[in-house]
Design a protein around this ligand. Structure first.
Ligand code: KG4
Ligand code: ZN
Length: 349
């Protein structure tokens, strides 16, 4: 079974082709990505209308690239998968429209995929795939969640952010320091030259006793610190970046360890854009090694948005039998869509 996946929820157009058997892990045959970062950089953030228009320009050429790379023809596609949400409505509509038109033209079923489920299952594309069950730390630009994952479609939210996501904390703090959008990778790079102990920044909800997160206060503390530094900010930027990263990473680390303890599980999966952060990976690896916990990540280039994770999630849902692709080609998108409302998912009590 050949599944093509189309991702267009935000500022990356991604297309990929995955081959899946009746059982066993699906295999990535080819994937192609166009990032709009350079286009949005001038505005300091994503401009939704520009994002939609660029997805329209990119999606078909990317699909052709993927087919060429895999040596397949359009007619060989068995299922067309697309990101149904969450994300920017107009951007999602581009992927959904193209996917359903493709499905209708080919007479093949289509399947709308949850973007976060894509992130969550993306480590199954790595050379060291996890096994169920596991604790998942999902850290993207819009979401920060800890989950207990029993199997495909069985996601119980253990804790989540009550305000900003970890990626947002990186991005907003970076913006305050005058770094380009999206700030996460820039802040991480600058942090390498800084002293993480230089500034005392809050670790929100670190001792709250639950598994929820809050990062809005941290951003305010960074702003206060930046104002206090005034003209000295430029010279101390690396120290402030290192201190900010240390605060975010410590909270993510401690809460992940608490989730492992609470569930008794010995496997952790980290997914989403912030999962690319090396300081986070180093600290999680060290702490988990001491506890005999295995940690799994997506390949670095599949941490941020891509089509491979969408094709993979669709293939795994179909394989597990919790979903059948539909052939009526009527589509909607879900700009807001809680992951634990998915069919087969466990709900938070
Ligand atoms: O998962 P993703 O590509 O998009 C969403 O679904 O939101 O995540 C994007 C987020 C951005 O906030 C970006 O700054 C952050 O991931 N990010 C990083 C790093 N690479 C990407 N944050 C910290 N360190 C990084 N190396
Ligand atoms: Zn994402």
């Amino acid at each position: 079974m050949w599944v093509i996946g189309i991702e267009s929820s935000c500022d990356e157009t991604g297309v990929a082709l995955v081959e899946a058997g009746a059982s066993g892990l699906p295999r990535l045959a080819a994937h192609a990505l166009h990032s709009q970062i350079a286009m949005h950089q001038a505005y300091g953030g994503v401009v939704p209308e520009l994002a939609s228009r660029d997805h329209i320009r990119r999606v078909l050429p990317l699909a052709q690239t993927v087919l060429d790379e895999a040596g397949r023809r359009l007619a060989e596609i068995d299922v067309v998968a697309y990101t149904r949400g969450p994300g920017l409505a107009g951007a999602l509509l581009v992927g959904a429209g193209v996917a359903c038109a493709l499905g209708a033209a080919l007479g093949r079923p289509v399947l709308g995929v949850h973007h976060l489920e894509g992130h969550l299952l993306s480590p199954f594309l790595s050379a060291d795939p996890p096994e169920f069950p596991f604790v998942a730390l999902l850290v993207s630009g819009g979401h920060t969640q800890l989950m207990r994952v029993e199997g495909v479609g069985h996601y119980e939210i253990l804790g989540e952010t009550i305000d900003d996501a970890a990626g947002e904390a990186f991005d907003k703090s970076a913006k305050l320091m005058g770094l380009p959008y999206p700030g996460g990778p820039w802040l991480a790079k600058l942090a390498q030259q800084g002293d993480a102990a230089a500034f005392k920044l809050p670790r929100p909800l670190l001792h709250s006793g639950d598994l929820d997160f809050s990062f809005a206060g941290l951003k305010t503390a960074v702003l206060t610190q930046a104002k206090r530094l005034g003209g000295e900010l430029e010279a101390r930027k690396a120290d402030l970046a290192a201190s900010t990263q240390a605060a975010i990473v410590e909270v993510l680390l401690k809460k992940s360890l608490a989730a492992l303890e609470a569930t008794g599980l010995r496997r952790l999966v980290v997914a989403g854009g912030v999962g690319a952060n090396q300081a986070l990976r180093d600290q999680l690896n060290a702490a988990c090694a001491r506890r005999g916990v295995r940690v799994h990540y997506p390949e670095l280039h599949l941490c941020t948005d891509n089509g491979a994770m969408i094709a993979m999630a669709a293939a795994m849902r179909l394989q597990s039998g919790i979903e059948s692709a539909n052939v009526d080609y009527a589509f909607d998108v879900k700009p807001r869509w809680p992951l634990d409302s998915l069919a087969g998912a466990g709900a938070r009590d």
